[in-house]
Design a protein around this ligand. Sequence first.
Ligand code: SF4
Length: 369
Amino acid sequence: MIKGLYIHIPFCDQICTYCDFAKMVADDDLKVDYMRALVRELEYFSDLTEKCETIYIGGGTPSSLELDLLEAFLIELASVVNLEKIVEFTFETNPGDVNEDLLNLLKKYHVSRISMGVQALNDKLLKFLGRTHTKEVVVSAVELIKKHNFALNLDFLYAIPGQTKAMLMKDLEYIKNFNPEHISYYSLIVEDKTILNYLINNHKVADFPDDKARDYADIVDSILKDYGYIKYEVSNYAKPGFASKHNLLYWNLEEYLGIGSNASSQYNYVRMKNPRSIKEYIEGTKKHAFNMHELEEYNPKLEILLMGLRKTAGVSLDFYKLRTKKDVFEVYPQLQKHLDNNLLEITDGYLRFTNEGMYLANQVYLDII
Ligand code: SF4
């Protein structure tokens, strides 16, 4: 049964230096065409989404849509899903897009959670990342979101070239005052085909040293713990009761439907992906070619392990056996080595990374993939 619906909005007002997501800066006509295509796909799959429990509108930058266009889509969404029954409905925003009109519209359609890409609160770093907001904009956006009583997730980055420990500590101080229900704190990864990668390869910017990144990760972990956040996934922290139900569907290998360009779906033990190209996606929906998803190989024996290890709780050994009819150590005997060298541990029937193992996870992954 499909439990979660992901809706991809691939448009951004600017392109950040570090980003390799499926997104683009688009004109109004293309946005209208794309939103119509989304509606076609939504209607086609309406039987599957009837009973979904979570919705996540992400991107790209969903808040970059004109409000009229966004509302036209939300009306269609409300006609195929009973939004009042959705237990968690998340909408991604950029800080500069947050205003009374947007928040009132989201409330009207039962959005319960705002996820905002802050990344840092030092204006120089924000400029370097290619973000258009400033610290002041973030402060006002957080105030407004809280006034409207949405649960709030803030995305932050550490290990940004040029980020000092003092800057990191300042960000963490702001987080204490903002007191969001949820924080995603990612280490900045330099992806291929990004401006940041070009700058580093051409020695215009120095890469962030690994040992310093690990030091920063420890600081983030320990300070967020002091603030009362529970780390429940490699990069995610929540106040009790506010772990992301939608993202947990992915990590627990539940069934979900993703609509839009480059969106993935997983149901009936099959994984599918829409075309990354926006034009190809739109054309496909016009021809009612809804089987345009490319089939991907899906190996539950591997994926339950990989997804489960992302969570700090780990993988339930009983659940693994139930779903795969095999003992995990029978399938992957090499795991024993990592129990012996203390990168993995078993606690209350769950196989999980130790603290040390979290940092050296790649050693384990390389052994099992
Ligand atoms: S990081 Fe977010 S806002 Fe920046 S280009 Fe990527 S998707 Fe768009």
